[in-house]
Design a protein around this ligand. Structure first.
Ligand code: SF4
Length: 259
């Protein structure tokens, strides 16, 4: 396949963070990786009073402008030859198909393992399929609440809520991602509301996903919020036979950006 690629490596792309890190969540937890964070998101997640706003609201609700080029990615990869993984995250990276395809070529030529983190809004093909699609479908506990204030004090309106739901639970796109790329995991931001488990089971069933590829994850954008949720979500995972994943970068660095 010959999909569109990036022709100008010096052009500023929709990338707002680029740094080496340890993957903090899911199956690749603890692996040294290049984090590439794109900006812009189809969703507007709010996890209630305990979970707060999307922990990377600067890539979604108040999306910053991109500031890195593909050349910057190449420089980083050359500078750290011992790192063998890329973590593509957002925002919503699938809004940027050419960038994703270019990364698939880079990963192929440098033998880098790629994890693509996505909320599942769009199906994206790449010339070289990615190693792991980390799907994080958003549940009803991520819905913004009318008239609350966003991280930059904008009032939540009906159209803001409508935008959040526009691409939510796109089962077809998610299933196509699972089929086209090499492997997948499902990560759910969970809480102890009785509805949550029902929603999770319904999504797994709808996607025909394997139970042992499912992780439950606590909500929170700060260490304090996160720590409160850990034992609650660990108990739910244990009771229902799901895997648990923490969020090491928040526990280690709290709400610091770029770690
Ligand atoms: S989908 Fe992810 S990046 Fe987008 S608003 Fe929700 S939590 Fe944030």
């Amino acid at each position: 396949m010959n999909l569109k690629r990036i022709s100008d490596y010096h052009k500023t792309l929709a990338i707002i963070e680029l740094y080496p890190c340890l993957q903090g969540e899911g199956a690749r937890r603890g692996h040294p990786s290049f984090a590439i964070r794109t900006t812009g998101c189809t969703h507007r997640c709010y996890f209630g009073e305990d979970g707060g706003w999307c922990d990377t609201w600067y890539s979604s609700i108040h999306a910053d402008k991109g500031c890195f080029s593909f050349k910057d990615i190449l420089k980083l990869v050359e500078k750290h030859p011992h790192i063998k993984e890329i973590m593509l995250t957002g925002g919503s990276p699938t809004m940027h198909p050419e960038l994703l395809n270019e990364i698939s070529h880079l990963a192929h030529s440098h033998k880098l393992f790629v994890t693509l983190e996505t909320e599942g809004s769009h199906f994206i093909q790449t010339d070289h399929p990615f190693d792991l699609i980390s799907l994080s479908p958003k549940l009803s506990n991520a819905s913004p609440v009318l008239n609350t204030l966003t991280p930059k004090n904008k009032t939540v309106t009906e159209s803001f809520i409508k935008q959040h739901h526009k691409y939510r639970l796109n089962y077809r796109a998610m299933r196509e991602m699972m089929d086209y790329h090499k492997d997948y995991q499902l990560k759910f931001v969970c809480d102890n509301h009785p509805e949550r488990l029902q929603e999770i089971l319904m999504i797994i069933d709808e996607l025909g996903a394997l139970h042992d590829k499912v992780y439950l994850m606590p909500a929170g954008s700060t260490r304090e919020e996160m720590v409160k949720q850990y034992p609650i979500i660990m108990d739910i995972a244990l009771q229902h036979g799901f895997k648990f994943t923490g969020r090491d970068h928040i526990i280690a660095y709290d709400d610091k950006i770029g770690v």
